[in-house]
Design a binder for this molecule. Structure first.
Ligand SMILES: NC(=O)c1ccc[n+]([C@@H]2O[C@H](COP(=O)([O-])OP(=O)(O)OC[C@H]3O[C@@H](n4cnc5c(N)ncnc54)[C@H](O)[C@@H]3O)[C@@H](O)[C@H]2O)c1
Length: 406
């Protein structure tokens, strides 16, 4: 294969991938970018020029963009609109890297899995949080058996914002961030745990918490819960507990606990380091009962750490290039992506149905897909504000007669 031809759709988040793609000068080339906002296109082109990359085409319309001669498209458009564009690209034989989330409804997840299978194209969810040095080390400890059989794991993605940041992140009335229930942005807390332990969710139940502080901003942001906490039984028999995106004023953290020991990063552990603790009778050779350390960096990590999210952004593009050039397997395929989206979606159903337990379908199984293929309930409005079929906050759910447990 000659150089892999990339395009980036949506240039707010997409800017980060423009930078990363431009560094793979031997194996990849950025052919085109697309955003309906002219300033974002200009900014992307300026980033390219600074990197000495010329000739990148700029489009404002997806149809012309997708026909500009691409092997891979990176979808960084609105959170709840990834699946329809992924399907359009896949049907043209173009591989897809999609920002989180995979599908904003169960129906979209089902459709997308079928199209990936029909086209044989690669689909990767751009879940970047597992690919930091500390989380890769935690994955190694799990994989190499240091912790024993995994029993429990927890992850939190906390991103508290003041009013000016809330307004900046929610630029217009029907923007997805304004309507997104707290369980929906689940991949950054759940994804790393799945990756570390190589496991999939089987059931979810959840609760969410109302925030009077956030309700002050209900005029432009109707999703004024502070957090949604999900509990999943996993296919390895373990219990996982993780938030979606939370507004809580505490650092994000991840912990994984096996029968022999546990490992964690974030929260009280210094950035980049891992805290590991073992049963006193099961201390692995060369380790102490308790240690906090800087894991060794691989050559890839040394390149990656110059890019966003502790190197995670670099790994997304690197993993796709490796998959296309060398058929290297990658973790976050369409089934993992659909399972995470389904956890987010059913997690919210659980919140508004008194913590009821929901089964997460195996999206690789057509019989299971068939049972849920028509489920298109959504809290997200269309561009004109129509189409909402679910409340997006616990208090609104309560007013509409749902049981939120209080
Ligand atoms: N993984 C991460 O670390 C991370 C970080 C930030 C955002 N994201 C994800 O990236 C995605 C985008 O988020 P964002 O923060 O950039 O905000 P956003 O959704 O507001 O930005 C979307 C961009 O796409 C453009 N766009 C949307 N539809 C278009 C269309 N039909 N034609 C042309 N342009 C179009 C918009 O003009 C805008 O610039 C979301 O899914 C978000 O979850 C991920």
């Amino acid at each position: 294969m000659d150089k892999i031809r990339f395009g980036v759709f949506g240039l707010w988040r997409g800017e980060a991938f423009v930078q990363v793609i431009n560094t793979f000068k031997d194996s990849a080339v950025l052919v085109s970018v697309c955003d309906r906002l002219e300033d974002r296109c200009k900014q992307a082109i300026s980033i390219c020029e600074k990197a000495g990359v010329t000739g990148v085409k700029c489009f404002s319309d997806f149809d012309s963009f997708i026909d500009s001669g691409l092997d891979v498209v990176v979808l960084c458009n609105n959170f709840h609109m990834h699946a329809p564009y992924a399907i359009r690209a896949l049907k043209k034989g173009i591989h897809v890297i999609s920002e989180c989330t995979t599908g904003s409804t169960i129906k979209e997840c089902v459709e997308l899995c079928r199209v990936v299978e029909e086209t044989g194209c690669k689909y990767m969810i751009a879940e970047n949080y597992p690919f930091t040095n500390s989380k890769l080390e935690m994955a190694r400890l799990c994989r190499e058996g240091y912790l024993g059989i995994i029993q429990y794991a927890e992850g939190e993605y906390n991103h508290p914002s003041d009013e000016s940041e809330l307004r900046y992140l929610t630029p217009y009335q029907y923007h997805w961030r304004a309507w997104m229930p707290r369980t929906y942005y689940v991949t950054h807390s759940m994804g790393p745990l799945m990756y570390m332990t190589n496991s999939m969710p089987v059931t979810v139940n959840a609760r969410a918490v109302h925030s009077p502080q956030l309700q002050q901003f209900e005029d432009f942001r109707p999703n004024y819960d502070s957090m949604g906490m999900m509990f999943c039984m996993m296919d390895n028999g373990a219990l996982f507990r993780f938030s979606g995106s939370s507004d809580l004023p505490t650092p994000s953290g991840y912990r994984v606990v096996g029968e022999r020991g546990s490992a964690e990063c974030g929260r009280l552990v210094p950035p980049g380091q891992v805290y590991a603790h073992y049963n006193h009778w099961q201390i692995p050779e060369g380790m102490s009962r308790t240690q906090t350390y800087n894991p060794v960096k691989t050559e890839v990590m040394r390149k990656a750490e110059n890019f966003g999210h502790g190197g995670g952004d670099y790994y997304i593009i690197y993993n796709m290039i490796e998959a296309l050039l060398h058929d290297t397997p990658y973790f976050f395929d369409v089934y993992k992506g659909a399972a995470m989206s389904a956890t987010a979606i059913y997690g919210w159903r659980s919140v508004i149905n008194d913590g009821k337990t929901y089964h997460i379908p195996d999206f690789s199984n057509e019989e299971e897909r068939k049972k849920v293929e028509d489920d298109d309930l959504t809290p997200f409005p269309k561009e004109d504000g129509s189409g909402i079929t679910l409340p997006c906050s616990t208090m609104d759910a309560k007013k509409q007669g749902y049981n939120i447990g209080i």
